[in-house]
Design a protein around this ligand. Structure first.
Ligand code: MLT
Length: 267
């Protein structure tokens, strides 16, 4: 891991391997370690860049609100800091929300886009209000309750029942997440714009991946996203929930490998 400054904030970043760059952007309220299977597989042929976003993991903790645009700005500054001109951007859930903002603001920095278990629509007024309630809760009472409720939503029922190493690890990441960083991201997600109109304007090769049991970004909704992006490929992953790349790394890595081979080949 290395530290890279993006403006006033220090980001903790996994930067492994050499070759065409692959940027892995984690979901909420997690950190880069959710990509452990992808880092392991792709660092042999690619430059794999997996940051802890501002407020998460080992990165600096912001106050108030971090919008999806702020995160996208951090990532472009991170790429600048690593002298990376273009990357395949792979984001899960909140990482996908950031991916949409990145695609809109910095299309020239993208070789391709991989959208895992994410949504194009914004929060309803009710969901946005719920985020503020959750932000207040974590700021006053810590991460215990949010970790418990999130865990049930992140994984497929069978994965939870098996209590795999991945489930144990993500529980720990969430329990140790910093309340101020979590609250800032919750407020940022609550104000994220509708990305639906952007979809037909995405010009880079795109792969859309979803776990068949994803309760947060259901397969039907993700298939609609894939259909709206010109030429996008769609993969539904059996026996996975919202954390498809962590729960079922084999089919996910195979799809990513084929996508990279086609659109960002290693020499
Ligand atoms: C995530 O996995 O990043 C979150 O479920 C996104 C969200 O809360 O909307």
């Amino acid at each position: 891991m290395k530290d890279i400054y993006v403006g006033d904030a220090r980001l903790h970043v996994e930067d492994q391997g050499a070759g065409p760059p692959l940027l892995l952007v984690h979901g909420f309220p997690l950190d880069h370690s959710m990509w452990k299977h992808q880092i392991r597989q792709f660092a042999g042929k690619y430059q794999v860049i997996a940051p802890d976003l501002r407020g998460f993991g080992g990165s600096d903790i912001p106050h108030e609100t971090v919008s999806m645009d702020d995160f996208a700005d951090d990532l472009v500054t991170l790429l600048d800091g690593l002298h990376v001109e273009k990357a395949v951007f792979c984001g899960l859930s909140m990482g996908g929300y950031i991916g949409f903002r990145f695609a809109e603001r910095y299309p020239e920095r993208l070789t391709g886009l991989i959208l895992c278990d994410t949504r194009a629509v914004p929060d309803s007024a009710e969901a946005a209000a719920g985020r503020e309630t959750t932000a207040q809760m974590v700021l006053t009472a810590g991460m215990a309750q949010l970790s418990q409720t999130m865990l049930q939503k992140l994984f497929a029922p069978a994965t939870l029942k098996a209590n795999t190493d991945e489930v144990v690890a993500m529980r720990e990441v969430m329990e140790n997440a910093h309340p101020e960083g979590v609250a800032a991201a919750l407020r940022g997600m609550a104000i994220r714009p509708d990305s639906t109109a952007l979809l037909s304007h995405i010009k880079v090769p795109t792969l859309v991946i979803v776990g068949e049991h994803d309760a947060i970004s259901p397969p039907d909704e993700m298939e609609t996203i894939a259909k709206a992006i010109p030429g996008a490929e769609f993969l539904q992953v059996p026996a996975a929930g919202h954390m498809a790349p962590l729960e079922q790394p084999e089919p996910v890595n195979e799809a990513i490998a084929q996508f990279l081979e086609a659109h960002s080949p290693a020499r």
